[in-house]
Design a protein around this ligand. Structure first.
Ligand code: NAD
Ligand code: UGA
Length: 450
């Protein structure tokens, strides 16, 4: 099939490359000229394991094209995916300006039947708005072209995007048109063994399914974070509790890890957007509001632990804190809503210096921190190290922020020599208390017995 993907970010690029890899000809479009120029010169704008090889292979085979031209993208495609961003608006609702702009651009150009597939995460009812936007443009130019709008939300996780896309748990497709559903089933056949993963429903239910899934996962995390904070006070270990709970097949082991709050480009914004949708329909989503409130508090949990460790916020003044990890999760350079930013903000405000290391997110973190705190403050307070060891060298305490593999088995004796106050704060509960203590370091995890 000939496919165009509008928006060449995380989702658009992964979608385009994966569909090209099974033999389709895919044109990825973006309004960001630098992104397209980079892709056309063989570069990749994001860090996603395996994506560079996949893009290079399919671009070389002529099955994956990159363009900024809507004329080319619309002329090329039988199926057009919308994969533009849907960031939060000021009131928490999803900002649909990019989706609707893309829909209008399509409506201004289509001359033959096309299926427009909404892959971005959008509130219930957006399918109708996309349809209206395209129809409005057709009416303006007096054209009559048959088109369909299908909802096909994406469930990939950053860092595991290719695996998630090519071996999905489920493929949700919302449409009331049997012909469009048939074409979508064909398109996804390579990723849906005997179509068993393909779940059809109406557009609105598909749109809501996406928010429901993210909201449930975020709620599990907030539940565990709140329980972890209680476990600490009770002298119980959240890691044992997690294992015990997760063995119940009705609960399952995933997304039960306590930490410093969920971040990323999706959970925070999607939880907000669903809360907004509830409020708009006079159906307040109280559980979800609590999920968000707990998460906001949890982002401060490591700073609060540092304050307790040193006795007061004032006692932190002049300390140097090493951070391992900056990205909102491992295997990505995505810093959107990363809890590390909240911690760094608090550390700077308390008069601490920060020595940070992340295997791939340092450049993006630096860009954001410079924009937020300014060149002079960053020059004074922030040092971005080239290795985990360099970050720890000469610091007072270490905080593990992101559970990258390379942080999993550190040389605790080296840390004990380097860290002046011999203190390790483990924001992801990856270290063994005994191993850390044996090296003469103090240890604090999230919800663990010390
Ligand atoms: P992103 O910010 O990485 O990429 C969006 C791209 O769209 C940008 O490159 C931007 O320049 C481009 N764009 C904006 N307006 C445009 C227009 N009018 N025409 C063409 N291009 C335009 O975003 P993302 O992380 O890929 O997310 C896209 C959507 O997918 C969001 O709704 C998000 O919630 C959803 N989603 C994201 C993930 C994820 O892991 N990132 C997973 C599932 C779903
Ligand atoms: C999440 C969902 O997992 C995807 O299914 C979804 O498609 C995507 O959002 C989206 O809609 O964009 P992602 O944000 O890439 O994917 O990352 P996750 O692995 O879900 O992690 C999100 C945050 O939750 C991270 O900050 C992570 O550290 C945190 N988390 C995750 C925990 O604190 N505990 C856990 O047990 C799991």
């Amino acid at each position: 099939m000939n496919i165009s993907v509008i928006g060449s970010g995380y989702v658009g690029l992964v979608t385009g490359a994966c569909f090209a890899d099974v033999g389709n000809t895919v044109l990825c479009l973006d309004v960001d000229e630098r992104k397209i120029a980079l892709l056309n010169s063989g570069g990749i704008p994001i860090h996603e394991p395996g994506l560079d090889t996949l893009v290079a292979r399919n671009a070389a085979a002529g099955r994956l094209l990159f363009s900024t031209s809507y004329d080319d993208a619309v002329a090329h495609a039988d199926v057009i995916f919308l994969a533009v961003g849907t960031p939060p608006d000021e009131d928490g609702s999803a900002d649909l300006q990019y989706i609707l702009a893309a829909a209008r651009s399509i409506g201004q150009r289509i001359t033959r039947p096309v299926i427009v597939v909404d892959k971005s995460t959008v509130p219930v009812g957006t399918g109708d708005k996309v349809r209206d936007a395209i129809a409005g443009e057709l009416a303006k130019r007096g054209a009559e072209v048959q088109f369909d709008v299908v909802s096909n939300p994406e469930f990939l996780k950053e860092g595991a995007a290719l695996e998630d896309f090519t071996r999905p748990d489920r493929i949700i497709v919302g449409s009331d048109n049997p012909a469009a559903l048939k074409q979508m089933r064909l398109l996804y056949a390579p990723f849906s063994r005997q179509h068993e993963k393909f779940i059809e429903m109406d557009v609105r239910s598909a749109e809501l399914t996406k928010y429901a899934a993210n909201a449930m996962l975020a709620t599990r995390i907030s539940f565990m974070n709140e329980l972890a904070n209680l476990a600490e006070l009770l002298g119980a270990d959240i890691e044992s509790v997690r294992l015990g709970m997760g063995k119940d097949p009705r609960i399952g082991p995933q997304f039960l890890y306590a930490g410093m709050g969920y971040g990323g480009s999706c959970f925070p914004k999607d939880v907000k957007a669903l809360i907004r949708t509830g409020a708009d329909h006079d159906q307040p989503l109280r559980i979800l509001q609590a999920t968000e409130d707990v998460n906001e508090r949890q982002k401060n949990v490591l700073f609060d632990k540092l304050v307790r460790h040193y006795g007061s916020a004032g006692a932190l003044h002049g300390k140097t804190i090493a951070l391992w990890g900056l990205a909102f999760k491992p295997n990505t350079d995505d810093m959107r809503e990363a809890p590390s930013l909240v911690l760094i903000r608090a550390l700077f405000a308390a008069g601490c210096k920060v020595r940070a290391y992340d295997p791939v997110a340092s450049a993006e973190a630096e860009r954001l921190l410079l924009a937020e705190h300014g060149q002079a403050r960053c020059a004074d307070l922030l040092f971005l190290a080239a290795s985990a060891k360099e970050a720890a060298a000469g610091a007072d305490a270490l905080v593990l922020v992101t559970e990258w593999k390379e942080f999993r088995s550190p040389d605790f004796r080296y840390l004990a020599e380097q860290l002046r106050d011999k203190a390790v704060f483990d924001g992801r509960n990856i270290y063994d208390l005994e191993a850390v203590s044996a090296a003469g370091l103090s240890y604090e995890g999230i919800g663990r017995i010390n």
